[in-house]
Write a protein that binds this ligand. Structure first.
Ligand code: HEC
Length: 162
């Protein structure tokens, strides 16, 4: 078997193998399934769904991304992970790709994750969450510094040392 034949076999193997495993990733750029995979490995769902972390992710999927009442309090105010099921209904795909990379996210939203995502991956995230349809209420609004948030909230280090 010469190098060329080996190479042809390699290509054949790659083309008949499923791209990922099961539901995790159907390999189609920008697909809903790819979005579901990304928001799970990126832990978007952990913060943007009430009690998801406390219940080790054992939360019905139809309640994912309905936002969380858990506050993140720091010297810059208290933030809440918004309800993305509502958020994405009000935004076009193009607007999302632009805003995802430029929004001035406050702690602890990992803006750095969104800023390095490819257009296809940003669109996959958008399409998955939007395909779930609107559900739930708005998360609490941002509270400015000095305003006492209701419980529950997590206190972030002040000054930011971590
Ligand atoms: C550690 C918790 C946490 C994780 C993980 C997280 N978020 Fe957030 N997210 C937040 C919080 C808190 C806010 C509100 C930030 C603010 O008030 O500025 C937010 C805000 C947002 C917003 C609204 C931005 C805007 O324009 O106002 C979007 C969209 C969003 N997150 C998407 C995501 C996606 C997609 C992921 C996964 C890559 C993710 N988040 C992961 C906590 C988190």
């Amino acid at each position: 078997m010469n190098a060329r034949t080996v190479c042809a076999f390699g290509l054949l193997a790659v083309s008949v193998m499923p791209w990922g495993s099961g539901w995790a990733n159907d390999g189609t750029p920008g697909s809903v399934e790819r979005g579901r995979y990304l928001v799970t490995i990126g832990n978007c769902v952990g913060c943007h769904t009430a009690r998801f972390i406390a219940l080790d992710g054992k939360v019905p999927e139809d309640t994912w991304f309905t936002g969380s009442p858990l506050g993140f309090r720091s010297q810059t105010g208290t933030t809440y992970a918004p309800n993305l099921r509502l958020y994405f209904q009000e935004l076009s795909e193009d607007a999302w790709v632009a805003v995802a990379r430029t929004a001035p996210y406050r702690r602890p939203m990992p803006g750095w994750s969104l800023r390095v995502m490819t257009d296809d991956d940003l669109l996959a995230v958008y399409r998955y969450i939007r395909s779930m349809g609107p559900k739930g209420d708005r998360a609490p609004d941002f509270l400015p510094p000095g305003q006492e948030p209701p419980r529950p909230y997590i206190e972030l280090p002040t000054p930011p040392s971590q």
